[in-house]
Design a protein around this ligand. Sequence first.
Ligand code: UGA
Length: 436
Amino acid sequence: MKISVIGCGYLGAVHAAAMASIGHDVVGIDLDPDKIASLSAGEAPFFEPGLPEILKQGVASGRLRFTTDMSEARGAAVHFVGVGTPQKKDGYAADLTYVNAAFAELAPYLSSGDIVAGKSTVPVGTAATLTPIVESAGATLVWNPEFLREGFAVKDTIDPDRLVVGVPAGDAGETAADVLREVYAPAVAKGTPFLVTDLATSELVKVAANAFLATKISFINAMAEIAEATGADVTQLAEAIGHDVRIGRRFLGAGIGFGGGCLPKDIRAFAARAEELGRGESVGFLREVDAINLRRRERAVTLVLDALDRDVVGKRITVLGAAFKPHSDDIRDSPALDVAVRLRGLGADVVVTDPQAIENARRQHPQLTYVEDRDEALRGADAVILVTEWDEYRRDLSPEHASSLTVGRVIVDGRNGLDAAAWRAAGWTYVGMGRP
Ligand code: UGA
């Protein structure tokens, strides 16, 4: 099928390459000429395992190309729109500038019978406002939210755990749902749940899912705060409640909390949209979710301070991690960097290391010192804090090896990922989050 993908950021670039990899003829369109040049050369502009391979294959096969020219969307049967919806500069709501611009620019190239599938995460009600622009070209607007996780984006796109398509009522909607079934034929053939809803529900599914995940993380971090006041261990608590299949162990990892380009801005935009709808109190708890999350960053800083007898001025502190989570070079709203910046603000001599995210981190926080090599970063440290649980730090760094590099013997485990007993046995002061 001929497909266009408008917006070649994280979502769009992966989507375009994934659609080509399952046999479609795809054109990816973005305003940024640098991004287009890199994608056209088969190079991923960001770190995402598996993406370079399918990009190269797609470009080599002739089924995948990228352009800055919107007119090349003409002739595609399905147009996916996956542009960004960042948080507004002056508030919590989502900034829909890019979505509105993408639809306005695409409209002249739509033909009767085309399908436009919105993929961006948008406030509920957005699709309804965009429908007239699409329908006036004789095309049909559907909403097809994306649930990919960074680090697993290729797998999540080609083989998702569910597909959701919001369609308008009537024949046009039913036909559009059938076309989307064809687009996702390999996943549909595998029996992947394919849910057809109305437009508003599909928009809500996306933000509800992210709100639930954020709430789950903040729930366990709230328990960590209680554990800290009582001497209990939140990691044991998470394991114990996680065995209840109704609760489930996943996303009960207590620590410095969630970041990234999705969860933080999505819960804020959801709360803002609910206010506009006169239903602010229905999701008022999301403000608490946000507040608990941000408190954990401060808590991590306090733990470092306490472990160093509240004297960090001039102390060398190695920060293991900069990305908002492992398997990603994304530093958007990264709790790891937030902690590093706060420690530096207190006068510490902060050294940050990360296997993938240093370049991005340096651009945003040039005031921090970055060292690529993990061991070099650890050399001479008075204290260490693990903030992104890359295997290089969580699994592969033994306390004995760390002891051969550092001066001090203090480790704060911001992700509760280390073997506390092993570090203590090696003579370290191990400090977890929500653990005695
Ligand atoms: C999230 C959702 O998981 C995806 O389903 C969704 O498609 C995506 O947002 C999106 O809206 O595009 P992502 O931002 O890639 O995906 O990252 P997650 O794996 O959800 O992790 C988010 C943050 O939560 C990370 O900072 C991670 O370290 C933190 N986290 C995760 C915890 O603090 N504890 C946990 O137990 C799990």
